[in-house]
Design a protein around this ligand. Structure first.
Ligand code: PLP
Length: 398
């Protein structure tokens, strides 16, 4: 039976049928979390805006819900869906991706040591180094997770949690998840994998032994750049840590609204077709950019020239729809290319149906490690000829 947070729930039969593990993931993604409304027969789930739920004259709750911050039907449906799709046993949804990491860190025992990938999304690093390292009794160490000897050395000191992301944002480094998980477990540490970029359709960290999977559902899961959210999925919800994270979710309250959850679940149902179109486009764009005379380097795990191409081919079903490239000529040329785009949006964020480009080093601030001539591309579902034509005219004009 699925679990929501640390509570066992009995979803309607139809919800369970959508989650039938014998079906293909591309089928399950359409139906996961959906059920026919037993009162109205509505096929599309209603949005339950009520913040509170009634009791009968004897004081018993009429349904399984008490108060919307603690749980509500739309969040429950999304949590059931995400747990199913990641192959986990339970999921918890939060107000954003970083709120998800924040809740995880809040739940760690005082004195815990956390190792994190040196190339993680800069917001995740900022949360650990700028907020938690100063305020909580936690210690953090950045490790280049591509370098397993560096990881071994760091794990020689007692570690509670290893936080990995693969491919990394925005350099597209690929981390050998099997090697990191095996080493961390041998040292007694848990492993959290940020699976936002690949999604459960392209990479399955829990099946590789990871303990927790994190998503910024803002990105591919919701898929339309119109809702912010996050989720954490557990392989083993019996662990005390999971109970504490669930407690932080309900008690600290960084939860998504019912409408956010509804939008996210609606977006999720088209993930497989969106992602297929996006990866098809990204593969073409990466190959085209790699041959362009004004492009110095393309970072895309699908290219045979990518240093971790073989690892990506082993642990990802396809190389994803994110890529970055470095233009010849430095910061002003990169700014010029971005300025010349007419179709591809100039905006941060990723994973939506519209292609977006970003001069990443400008967004990350003074402590950025990102090369100044790097442009990150979130490839959308437009026709690849139009995307290539837009990049061609922007590169030629810069
Ligand atoms: N993880 C990754 C890999 C991301 O790229 C991002 C945002 O870009 C986040 C987490 C944070 O997500 P959110 O903006 O929903 O807090």
């Amino acid at each position: 039976m699925p679990r929501v947070g640390n509570r066992q729930v009995s979803p309607p039969l139809e919800m369970l049928m959508g989650d039938d593990p014998r079906r293909k993931l591309t089928t399950r993604v359409v139906h996961a979390g959906h059920s026919v409304d037993p009162v109205t027969g509505a096929l599309v789930p209603p949005i339950h805006l009520s913040t509170t739920f009634a009791r009968d004259p004897g004081g018993e709750l009429i349904g399984p819900y008490l108060y919307a911050r603690a749980q509500n039907p739309n969040r429950q449906a999304l949590e059931v869906a995400l747990a199913d799709l990641e192959g986990g046993a339970a999921a918890l949804c939060f107000a954003s991706g970083v709120a998800t990491l924040s809740a995880t860190l809040q739940a760690l025992e005082p004195g815990s040591r956390v190792l994190y990938g040196a190339h993680l999304y800069h917001g995740s690093r900022a949360l650990m180094e700028r907020i938690f390292a100063l305020r909580a009794d936690l210690t953090f160490e950045a490790v280049d997770l591509r370098d397993l000897s560096q990881l071994d050395a760091a794990l020689a000191r007692r570690t509670r949690l290893v936080v990995a992301e693969s491919p990394t944002n925005p350099m597209l480094h690929v981390i050998d998840l099997d090697a990191v998980i095996a080493r961390a477990h041998a040292a007694g540490a848990l492993v959290l994998v940020d699976n936002t970029w690949p999604t459960p359709l392209l990479q399955r960290p829990l099946e590789r032994g990871a303990d927790l999977v994190l998503h910024s559902t803002t990105k591919y899961i919701a898929g339309h750049c119109d809702v912010t959210g996050g989720a954490l999925i557990a392989r083993d919800p019996e662990r005390p840590l999971w109970h504490r994270i669930a407690d932080v979710q309900a008690t600290a309250g960084a939860v998504p609204s019912p409408f956010d959850c509804w939008l996210t679940l609606r977006g999720l149902s088209t993930l497989a077709v969106r992602l297929r179109a996006q990866v098809d486009n990204a593969e073409r764009l990466a190959a085209w950019l790699a041959d362009h005379p004004r492009v110095d380097q393309v970072h895309y795990p699908g290219l045979p020239t990518h240093p971790e191409h073989a690892i990506a081919a082993r642990q990802m079903a396809r190389p994803g729809a994110m890529l970055s490239f470095q233009v010849r000529g430095g910061v002003s040329v990169a700014a010029g290319v971005l300025g010349g785009l007419r179709l591809i949006g100039r905006a941060t964020s990723l994973g939506g149906v519209h292609s977006l480009a970003e001069h990443r080093y400008r967004v990350e601030g003074p402590d950025t490690q990102t090369p100044q001539n790097l442009i990150r591309l979130s490839v959308g579902i437009e026709h690849h000829d139009d995307l290539i034509a837009d990049l061609a005219q922007a590169l030629d004009g810069a």
